[in-house]
Design a binder for this molecule. Structure first.
Ligand SMILES: [Zn+2]
Length: 210
């Protein structure tokens, strides 16, 4: 009855196809598009924001729990000012989300869930690396630590960005508001940092970010 929706990038793909950590950004875009296209039209009409809660909980059957000290779960001691945003416990199908970040940046929980979903979809059959927590570590001011990331972490970040800010929705929305970040933050329930990275990846708003 209804035509299959397409979330293919109207411009053919991202401006950056391989990030500086070695992640195949173009492949992550396709993986995210495939997830979006599997959300039934009855559940989501295809307009932003992307229903990440439904995708994680209903489509993949994962449980999401807020947690006050994720690092302690994996026995990691973090440097002062660092925090662990999230953690996938693949054996239990559970995603832990850091409570402190949730309080400070509510929309960041969406990114954390999408990031951990990437580990579930892409990496859960990989040999477990118990010493290396599979989570994003950012500093307390929300600025991402730009140290080289393990490949799985970079892939999860690229997947999460493509899932929550799909090129098919983001490009026209960006053009419609002339790259106004407050408008886009509302529309996509995003964080400012995610928008900045996504704009660069897709190569939109170069004039604004110069
Ligand atoms: Zn991770």
């Amino acid at each position: 009855m209804t035509a299959a929706r397409s979330f293919a990038d109207p411009d053919g793909g991202p401006a950056i196809t391989l990030d500086h950590h070695g992640a195949d950004v173009a492949a992550m875009e396709l993986a995210a598009i495939s997830v979006l296209q599997s959300v039934p039209a009855e559940v989501w009409d295809g307009t932003p924001p992307v229903p990440i809660n439904w995708i994680v909980k209903e489509l993949y059957g994962l449980h999401v729990m807020n947690h006050g000290d994720i690092a302690s779960v994996v026995g990691v001691k973090l440097d002062e000012g660092k925090t662990m945003s999230g953690l996938l416990l693949p054996d239990r199908g559970v995603i832990l989300v850091d409570e402190g970040e949730l309080a400070k940046w509510p929309n960041r929980k969406r990114f954390t869930m999408a990031h951990e979903l990437a580990h579930w979809i892409l990496h859960r059959d990989a040999p477990p690396s118990k010493e290396t927590p599979r989570a994003t570590i950012i500093s307390s001011d929300g600025v991402r630590n730009d140290d080289p990331l393990p490949l799985a972490e970079a892939e999860a970040n690229a997947f999460a960005a493509a899932l929550l800010l799909p090129a098919a929705l983001f490009r026209p929305a960006f053009a419609a508001c002339d790259g106004d970040f407050p408008t886009l933050i509302d529309e996509f329930a995003s964080t400012n940092a995610a928008l900045e990275r996504r704009s660069k990846t897709l190569g939109v708003g170069a004039a604004n970010s110069a």
